[in-house]
Design a protein around this ligand. Structure first.
Ligand SMILES: Nc1ncnc2c1ncn2[C@@H]1O[C@H](COP(=O)(O)OP(=O)(O)OP(=O)(O)O)[C@@H](O)[C@H]1O
Ligand SMILES: [Mg+2]
Length: 256
């Protein structure tokens, strides 16, 4: 099956026959899947289906047992054998953002965004500061730069987390349910920012239950269940003309 989309021929992410074990169980079972540069893909599916595990495999947070993974042209190796330099390249190329923000609580918003460019990329304090200030403005938080994350709303904290990921100048983002903890208005702030980043050409692979956003803003929707991909196609096809009964059941539960 050719998964290359019209948006770009260069694959930003590619998995071939990937298996991953957690504890005694194979939670990713022979997954084949790719994301082209500039594409936005929504990864959906029931709880425990392996979505977070798949994302974590893509930046080396979780080891995979067998198969091939390449991210932005670098090969990841099974069983944690990827050389550190490649891991660092991959983690810089695709920033990962989580549901619970994972900001440094004792640092200011500004210091949170400056941290990566200084400690990972060796930028000077002044360079990092200029970059961080620009990004904090970009995500609409210029007035909050000196505050600690704990004094911000969830949506604001998540926008700081996005600014922090963008500070590494990634070509894409891996997002794991980044709006799941937010109320509807804050959700739409964060999703609006993601839609802008998509327009700017970032590659986005996002685990989400926001089917409305996926319908409107994703190039493809992929459904993972029991560690297997059971659907992969344009939103209209997956949501309105899904091939499997399992997909229809899942969508009915999520959409109601
Ligand atoms: N650290 C771990 N140790 C053992 N098993 C794990 C671990 N993390 C996840 N698993 C198992 O792997 C399977 C897939 O989990 P994963 O977190 O990837 O699912 P998910 O699709 O992200 O679910 P959710 O929608 O609830 O976030 C589950 O059966 C889970 O219990
Ligand atoms: Mg998960």
């Amino acid at each position: 099956m050719d998964l290359i989309t019209s948006k770009g021929s260069r694959k930003a992410i590619e998995l071939r026959e990937v298996w991953c074990r957690r504890g005694q169980r194979s939670v990713i079972q022979g997954v084949n899947f790719s994301v082209a540069g500039g594409e936005t893909v929504a990864l959906i599916g029931p709880s425990g289906g392996g979505k977070s595990t798949l994302l974590r495999c893509l930046n080396g947070l979780t080891e995979f047992a067998s198969g091939e993974i390449s991210v932005c042209g670098r090969r990841l190796l099974p069983n944690g054998k990827t050389p550190f330099a490649d891991l660092r390249y991959v983690r810089t190329s695709l920033g990962m953002i989580f549901q619970d923000y994972r900001l440094f609580p004792h640092k200011s918003v500004l210091a949170n965004v400056m941290e990566g460019p200084i400690s990972v990329q060796g930028k000077t304090h002044d360079e990092a500061r200029a970059l961080a200030e620009g990004l904090i403005r970009r995500v609409g938080l210029a007035d909050f730069a000196g505050q600690s994350p704990g004094s911000l709303s969830g949506g604001q904290q998540q926008r700081v987390a996005i600014a922090r990921a963008l500070a590494m100048k990634p070509t894409g983002l891996l997002c794991d349910e980044i709006t799941a903890a937010l109320d509807p208005q804050l959700k739409s702030e964060v999703l609006g920012l993601l839609a802008q980043l998509r327009e700017e050409g970032l590659t986005i692979l996002m685990v989400t239950h926001e089917i409305g956003f996926a319908r409107k803003s994703a190039d493809r929707i992929v459904l993972l269940d029991g560690g297997k991909i059971i659907e992969d196609g344009p939103p209209e096809k997956v949501l309105n003309h899904s091939e499997s009964e399992r997909t229809r059941e899942f969508l009915q539960q999520v959409i109601g």
